[in-house]
Ligand binder design. Structure first.
Ligand code: 2PG
Ligand code: MG
Length: 421
């Protein structure tokens, strides 16, 4: 695969903030594009997005420098070169950048090019994108991931009216993607009606399309979720369970977790998570403890991990060294995989394999600032992730991913994974 040209431009994400779209053209092929997402609740160990820091444009968040890096030095170094594989191409990007966190060229620039190359390579092989992604892991049989779908948001995704960042629905009894979305839509509308009645507000949505009423407490957020499931005619815990992205790094300060007006020590925070798990049908807990609170994660996983997912997001940042540390210390049993935390497809594939080799589950996730590009759905199927977290069932940047899953299900009839299967 010989590179004809690489280029990029600044575009806007679902929050109206700049991000990047890159283009890759192989010799003899046509131009292929890929757009990258961007997070709000970022982990400290994440690869670095390059931002312009020009206060006159988008509060300093512009991505013109990152775009120029692709169209300039990256194009100049790689155009005309032949690459036998995604790993070779990504390796060249990593070498060209030369920094630990990809801060020289920008992780946003590097990932956009890595993905655009994947699209171009898949097209050259006349493969659907999910099959190309599968080939990176030498995988050629596929499952559809079980969905986790944003319903309510707090934390950094909704102005911190409660500490916990996201409450998600897990359609447990659904047999297909189609049925998962039908069930979820029922609950979403029941929740919207409850919110309107109880809080007297029209439907204001958070970053990922979830509802964000002024809940007085986290318990109220969980209890309203259960009520909405019941109102929809589904059975909580049997048809529809709950996942929480606690995102606790973002309310952890000076050794304490600041939840619902209280200051909890790590062991009190664990007790709190235990109580929520006893009281509500909580089947997955993401970032229940903070990203640097390594010493307390193993006890959390021991207490709650036998029949639920204990997911590391900020803790792991999709990085092999952090995943290995968590495997060795039994800190969690699942990886939240976000490709832009690490910056190339090849490194994300290694993180995926490292987690799977330890017998963990992998939840593939999009970001709170996302675009209409649907590559993440192909990735979730191509790598047959156990779960997929694309946000709520509103907003087109979310729905593009669900619609792509519907398309793959329709065209190929792959089976939907069972929960924790
Ligand atoms: C998370 C993600 C997605 P963000 O914390 O898991 O929900 O949020 O993209 O803001 O990091
Ligand atoms: Mg998270």
């Amino acid at each position: 695969m010989k590179i004809e040209s690489l280029s990029a431009l600044e575009i806007l994400d679902s929050r109206g903030r700049p991000t990047l779209r890159a283009y890759c053209q192989l010799v003899g092929g046509r131009r292929h594009a890929a757009s990258v997402p961007s997070g709000a609740s970022t982990g400290a160990a994440e690869a670095m997005e390059l931002r312009d820091k020009d206060p006159e444009r988008y509060g300093g968040r512009g991505c013109r420098k990152a775009a120029a890096n692709v169209s300039g030095p990256v194009h100049d170094a790689l155009a005309g070169r032949e690459f036998g594989s995604q790993a070779d191409f990504d390796g060249a990007l990593i070498d060209l950048d030369g920094t630990e966190k990809k801060s020289h060229l920008g992780a946003n620039a590097i990932l956009a090019v890595s993905l655009a190359f994947a699209r171009a390579a898949a097209a050259e092989r006349e493969q659907e994108l999910f099959r190309y992604f599968g080939s990176l892991l030498e995988q050629d049989s596929f499952y559809l991931p079980r969905l986790t779908i944003n319903l309510f948001s707090g934390g950094l995704h909704a102005g911190r009216q409660v500490a916990v960042q996201d409450v998600l629905l897990v359609p447990l009894s659904a047999k297909t993607i189609d049925e998962s979305l039908v069930h979820t839509s029922r609950v979403y509308h029941a929740a919207a009606a409850l919110v309107e009645k109880r809080y007297g507000m029209r439907l204001l949505t958070a970053d990922e399309g979830g509802l964000a009423p002024p809940f007085a407490s986290t318990d109220e957020m969980f209890a309203t979720t259960v009520e909405a499931i019941e109102d929809s005619g589904l059975e909580p815990g049997r048809d529809m369970a709950i996942a929480a992205d606690v995102a606790s790094s973002h309310f952890f300060s000076h050794g304490y977790y600041e939840v619902d007006g209280g200051r909890l020590s790590a062991s009190e925070m664990r007790k709190c998570l235990q109580r929520w798990s006893d009281q509500y049908p909580l089947v997955s807990i993401e970032d229940g403890l903070a990203e640097d609170d390594w010493e307390n994660w193993p006890a959390l996983c021991r207490d709650l991990g036998s029949d639920r997912l204990i997911v590391g997001d900020d803790l792991l940042c999709t990085k092999v060294d952090r995943i290995s540390r968590a495997v060795n210390s039994k800190a969690c049993n699942a990886l939240l995989l976000k490709v832009n935390q690490v910056g190339t497809l090849t490194e994300a594939a290694k993180a995926f394999q490292c987690a799977r080799a330890a017998g963990w589950q992998v939840t593939v996730s999009v970001r709170s600032g996302d675009t209409g590009d649907d590559w993440a759905a192909d990735l979730a199927v191509g790598w047959s992730g156990n779960q997929f977290k694309p946000g709520s069932v509103t907003q087109s940047e979310r729905l593009e991913k669900y619609n792509r899953l519907l398309e793959i299900e329709h065209d190929h009839g792959f089976l939907l994974r069972g929960w924790m299967e």
